[in-house]
Each structure stands twice: as structure tokens, then as C-alpha cells.
Design a protein around this ligand. Structure first.
Ligand SMILES: [Ca+2]
Ligand SMILES: [Ca+2]
Ligand SMILES: [Ca+2]
Ligand SMILES: [Ca+2]
Length: 362
């Protein structure tokens, strides 16, 4: 059991050694002073913390903190139980604090459960020209067992395929970006199936690189453009003005978009290559930023081998709310469920080496 002996310590310093918890896990502890427990929760879920003890032996109380460190719940009664029920507003690590009233010490049992919403899980997709059209293959597993494969035809071989949750229903579906004259025309569909696009509009110049992300964290993915290292983002899936723009990164880096901190907002990242053996447009230095603005990286790490990778993937492989890295060596997918250097979490083969590799979610 964790004990944080100094009452003068801030919740942050105490929480930095919090014991990890999973939903439904019952903890038997002894409250010596301050015990902190960490649990990852996704916005929309309901977090219920139940604390049980014998009050006659010492009164215990309980508080809950959100990922920003703000206290969002307290239960400080005088009976044998305390309970906090909290509708999670921000995805990320939450902290349960168990402590004795007025220096009391006691044994207890703590159970923290999550119900309701979980984040969509990201899965691999490959897109392949077949005759005069594009064939899409969507995998629904991140393990060696492929699971359900959904396939459909949508678009023309020269279109750029993208995925986004255009209608905010939790499923990322197919979109196409097509060069028409000097412009980009977007053909977005709300189902992963053949059929006409639900949204068609022209936005961007033919030389821009299309981006997709939930820039404002409202649950709906929308469009963006990368012009060298100039990020031009729009919060609606329609023609119209840029909602925010900034310069960030180096144009020869590989651009990334993801919700690195699990707060619901997608922000930029770059993959950079260091050293004399670098191939332009490759990299294994993941440089990530948690804001849609210019500024220093929020986190960075090295993962992968620049000379072996042909493509990169970003996704929430474990559905805990944050996006993490993936790399492709040919059609060998290697995924990691953390934004740090370390071992591959899962790997499998999917597609052909010549396919276009993408990530969808549901
Ligand atoms: Ca959708
Ligand atoms: Ca949005
Ligand atoms: Ca974020
Ligand atoms: Ca994740």
C-alpha cells in the first residue's frame, strides 16, 4: 500500500507515486496517511469509487481528482462507507485519494469501477487500387487473429484515402481527397461501404497535404491542410475559412496527428530523422505537441528504425483514450500502446507492401 507521509505534500507529488488500478479491482489497504490510486477513464464514462471500513476503528474519507489535478469529488461522511460517483468529463488518468480524518488510521477496501462510454478503438486499414476503383480493407483487431475484415470499393485509384469520424458517432469512416484543377475536393462518407459521398466540398490547394483531426475536441473529426510546415485547420467539414493556423515542425519531417494526452483534442506531431544515414521523409524521433499552436514539443521519444520503416500509423490501439505510435515494415504492423520508447505491444501482417496504410476506429 502506498503511503505519502507528509501532509504538506501537494496532491500532485502524492499522485506521482499513485498505484495503478483497473476497473472493478478491489484493493485492501491500510490508510496510514495518504493513499493515491490512479485509474484511466474516458470522457462519457461513469466512475464509481466505493470505500468500505469500520468507522469505529477510525474515520476515513475519499477525494477524486481529474487529469488536470482538479478535485472533482469528495465523500467525507462518518459512516462505514464512502462513495463518489462521477461522470468523467476529461479522458485521462484520474486519482482516488484515501485518507484518515484528523490523522485516523484504519484498514479499508476500495473498489473503483468504470461503466458506460469507452473510447473508440483504432484498427488498421489498407487501401489498394483495383481496376478503375479503390478497394478498402478494414481489419477489426490489433492482434494476430485478424477478426472481421470489412471490404468495399470507394473512389478512384488517384484519390488520397482518409478516415475520420465526420458525424461524431464514434466510427471513423472513409473519405477521399481528389485533385480537381488547382484545388482539393473532399468526398466524405459516413459509412464504411460503397455508395455516394455524404459530403462533397472543395477546400485547399492541389499542392496541400490533407489532414484530418478533431482539432476542437467536440467529438467530430474535420479537415486540415499542411502547406510545408504551415498547419491550416478547419472545425467544419465544408468549404470556408481556416479556423486556426500555425507554423510547426520542419517540412521534411513526417507529419502526424493524434490525441497524445487523451484530452479529446487532436494535435500535431512530427517524425524526424537524425543522423547521416537518414532518408528524407523517414524518422524515428517522435516529436509530439499537445496544443494546436506553435511552441515546444510536449513530449518526444525515439521508437522504430528509420532504415526499415515504410509507413507510420497513429491510433488508440487499446481504447483508453490516447493515441499511440505504430510503424510498418512492408505490411508488418508493429503497434505500441504508449507514447514512449519500449517494446512492441502487438504486431501482425495485414495487406500488401504496396498498399496505402491507414487507421480507422470504432
Ligand atoms: Ca462517424
Ligand atoms: Ca471537431
Ligand atoms: Ca490531446
Ligand atoms: Ca491508447
Amino acid at each position: 500500500m502506498l503511503s505519502v507521509p507528509s501532509p504538506s505534500q501537494s496532491p500532485t507529488s502524492g499522485r506521482s507515486v499513485a498505484a495503478p488500478l483497473t476497473s472493478g479491482e478491489a484493493i485492501a489497504g491500510i490508510a496510514c496517511n495518504d493513499d493515491y490510486f490512479a485509474i484511466s477513464a474516458v470522457a462519457g464514462a461513469t466512475l464509481t469509487a466505493d470505500l468500505a471500513f469500520t468507522a469505529a476503528n477510525g474515520d476515513l474519507d475519499m477525494r477524486l481528482y481529474d487529469p488536470a489535478g482538479t478535485q472533482v469529488g469528495i465523500s467525507d461522511g462518518v459512516g462505514d462507507t464512502e462513495q463518489i460517483v462521477y461522470p468523467v468529463a476529461q479522458s485521462g488518468t484520474h486519482y482516488v485519494h484515501v485518507y484518515g480524518y484528523d490523522g485516523a488510521q484504519n484498514t479499508y477496501s476500495l473498489t473503483v469501477s468504470l461503466t458506460g462510454s469507452t473510447a473508440p478503438v483504432s484498427y488498421p486499414a489498407v487501401i489498394r487500387p483495383t481496376g478503375g476503383s479503390l478497394s478498402w480493407y478494414l481489419r477489426e483487431s490489433n492482434t494476430a487473429t485478424p477478426g472481421t475484415i470489412t471490404s468495399f470499393a470507394y473512389g478512384a485509384p488517384s484519390d488520397v484515402p482518409v478516415f475520420g469520424d465526420w458525424d461524431g458517432d464514434g466510427t471513423a469512416t472513409a473519405g477521399l481527397v481528389r485533385v480537381t484543377g488547382g484545388s482539393l475536393t473532399w468526398y466524405l462518407r459516413n459509412s464504411n461501404s460503397s455508395g455516394p459521398p455524404d459530403l462533397v466540398f472543395t477546400w485547399g490547394a492541389a499542392t496541400d497535404r490533407p489532414l484530418v483531426g478533431d482539432w476542437d475536441g467536440d467529438g467530430t473529426d474535420s479537415i486540415g491542410l499542411l502547406r510545408d510546415n504551415w498547419w491550416l485547420l478547419r472545425n467544419s467539414n465544408s468549404a470556408g475559412p481556416v479556423d486556426l493556423d500555425f507554423f510547426w515542425g520542419i517540412a521534411t519531417d513526417v507529419p502526424l496527428v493524434g490525441d497524445w494526452d487523451g484530452n479529446g483534442t487532436d494535435t500535431p506531431g512530427w517524425l524526424r530523422c537524425l543522423g547521416a544515414s537518414c532518408t528524407p521523409g523517414h524518422g524515428n524521433w517522435w516529436i509530439l505537441r499537445n496544443a494546436n499552436s506553435d511552441g515546444p514539443p510536449s513530449l518526444d521519444f525515439f521508437w522504430g528504425r528509420t532504415y526499415e520503416e515504410n509507413a507510420w500509423a497513429v491510433g488508440d490501439w487499446d481504447g483508453d483514450g490516447d493515441d499511440n505510435p505504430g510503424i510498418l515494415r512492408g505490411e508488418w504492423w508493429l503497434l505500441r500502446a504508449a507514447n514512449s520508447d519500449g517494446p512492441t505491444t502487438s504486431d501482425f501482417f495485414f495487406g500488401l507492401p504496396t498498399d496505402t496504410f491507414r487507421v480507422w476506429a470504432k
